[in-house]
Design a binder for this molecule. Sequence first.
Ligand SMILES: [Zn+2]
Length: 142
Amino acid sequence: VASYQPWASTSAARAVMQGNRSRDTKPELALRSAVHALGLRYRVASRPLAGVRLTADLVFRSAKVAVFVDGCFWHGCPVHSKQVITNSDYWTTKIRRNQRRDATFDDALRSEGWLPIRVWEHQAPSEVALLISKAVRDRRAH
Ligand SMILES: [Zn+2]
């Protein structure tokens, strides 16, 4: 029992080693293939805004849609992050900072005419893919 670790502590340790936003995570790959299956093409892990160090997980340049697959722990998913951060100011502070940065990036994207779409890594890839597809096609139509 002494060696018990909640999943987030290992996940958090891994994220620290890799930097907050890791690439090619399982949820990300699942979403990419679901979106691909709907006939949409996109850039992976590219920067939507010139001169801004901001990387989106899926970028639809012509539609100006940027998709971020946010890790439940690091970005403070209401379903999965609360239970593990209750007794940790350290993690809470880090997560809040990430959330503020996410909001700043979203504002920057919107001011350049982009639509930021944030999804949680726990969301069903097929449902998210439909949502993304609709947004991309709507914006291309206009
Ligand atoms: Zn979650």
